[in-house]
Design a protein around this ligand. Structure first.
Ligand SMILES: [Zn+2]
Length: 429
């Protein structure tokens, strides 16, 4: 029995992966820019004596085109527009376009207004997919979803989506939760820029069940750039300077977001800036199960959940799903895990960058009933493997790390070298 995580076949696929990533390095980062509304759908609007009628569909298009031009000048980016003119693409065709083009990021640009807000309310807010947190979010969600009925294709699509059906919710939530952390990160950069660079009132990041966010298989945010029924905001939104500032701030957020992803090997990065919700002191992971069995990341036992951390402790493999320091996302992740079938899932708190006083973390690389031969590719890839024999099995481990974060970093590096499915092991002395 060999539960080696490094077979010869994998060794070859390692080269393929290397080639793939190498050519992938040339791949442009694709951003879909969605100017909200358009055509018959004017969106939010308000008439002022000196400004004339400020219409959402015009403001969103102007900002989108400015932002698009900035991105197009940067060779690392490819821009796809859902519209470049005053026309109304259906919400379905907007998200289908984004999904088909395998975009890396989807930004929908909007202008806020609602009878529920007074004319004194002003500022920006950015929405990410999530449960409706309060009544106001629900109203925005309804307002944005209302336009769905402008188009026959949307009518069918929306009819098929039943928010009360658990099946459609499970599928959607598993899909979206993968992108939640990333969406939060780009959203936090956007809102931070609005607030710090442009000195605007950032109302923060909110979660809402919006069509353009829900139907996208990529990190997606909907940016409300200001309130049309607030005079100061409306003047800013209608002005060249305001539109330039907004485009510039979103552009900078995209650059920072891509940098953060690149640094972290494309793994979602935890957002540092929380505007609406205060970050918790600890990180939270969802413990799915403890088992003597070692599962690889695509094992059906993990029910399709991604971003699994397996941590071995006292001979048991513990499987954790996702990590966050936001209570709302933690609760959402727990629900996702339960919906996926892990009835006993529980959220477990981790102290960030905690050093183990006594003991250490290491990577379990291979467990086998035979000694690895000296020409085994794994021994040539990772020097200094530790070998220990216990109950007739050989355990090969790599490295000693004093914090879980260091061990995770080492695991990513080892994976880059082609050694997959290692398990972080916590050894207490
Ligand atoms: Zn809108």
């Amino acid at each position: 029995m060999i539960t080696s995580s490094f077979s010869l076949k994998k060794y070859f696929s390692f080269f393929l992966i290397t080639l793939f990533t190498f050519s992938g390095a040339q791949k442009k980062f694709t951003v879909v820019l969605d100017a909200g509304h358009g055509g018959n759908d004017v969106g939010a609007n308000r008439k002022y004596d000196d400004l004339g009628t400020v219409r959402e569909k015009d403001v969103t298009l102007a900002i989108t085109l400015k932002l698009g031009r900035m991105l197009e000048k940067n060779k690392d980016y490819k821009v796809i527009y859902t519209r470049k003119f005053d026309e109304y693409p259906s919400l379905t065709s907007r998200t289908t376009l984004a999904n088909r083009s395998k975009a890396d990021l989807f930004l929908s640009i909007h202008v806020n207004a609602s009878g529920a807000y007074s004319t004194a309310t002003q500022g920006t807010e950015t929405f990410i997919q999530g449960p409706n947190q309060n009544k106001t979010n629900l109203e925005v969600a309804k307002a944005e979803n209302d336009v769905i009925y402008l188009d026959e294709k949307d009518r069918e699509m929306f009819a098929a989506y039943d928010p009360k059906s658990p099946e459609s919710l499970i599928a959607l939530k598993i899909q979206q939760s993968k992108y939640l952390e990333s969406s939060l990160l780009i959203g936090s950069f956007v809102e931070e820029n609005f607030s710090v660079r442009d000195k605007r009132n950032s109302r923060g990041i909110k979660q809402a069940d919006l069509h353009v966010l829900r139907m996208n298989a990529m990190p997606s945010v909907l940016i409300e750039t200001g309130f049309v029924n607030n005079y100061e905001d409306a003047r800013y939104l209608a002005s060249e300077k305001g539109q330039d500032d907004i485009a510039d701030s979103i552009y900078d957020a995209i650059i920072r977001y891509k940098k953060a992803l690149d640094r972290n090997g494309n793994v979602p990065v935890k957002a540092e800036v929380k505007v609406v919700e205060k970050a918790l002191k600890n990180d939270f992971r969802i413990l799915l199960m403890s088992s003597p069995m070692k599962y690889t990341s695509n094992d059906p036992a993990l029910k399709g959940l991604n971003y699994i951390l397996s941590l071995k402790e006292n001979g048991l493999y513990k499987y954790y799903y996702s990590t966050t320091n936001l209570a709302s996302i933690r609760d959402n992740n727990l629900k996702t895990a339960k919906d996926a079938g892990f009835r006993n899932a529980a959220s477990i708190s981790f102290v960030p960058n905690q050093r183990l006083g006594s003991g250490y973390y290491t990577l379990e690389v291979v467990v086998s009933d035979k000694k690895l031969s000296s020409n085994s590719p794994i021994l040539n890839t990772l020097k200094d493997l530790n070998r220990e024999k216990e109950n007739g099995l050989f355990y090969y481990t790599y490295g000693r790390f004093s914090s879980l974060e260091d061990a995770v970093k080492a695991q990513i590096q080892v994976e880059d070298k082609g050694v997959k499915n290692t398990v972080i092991q916590k050894i207490l002395k």
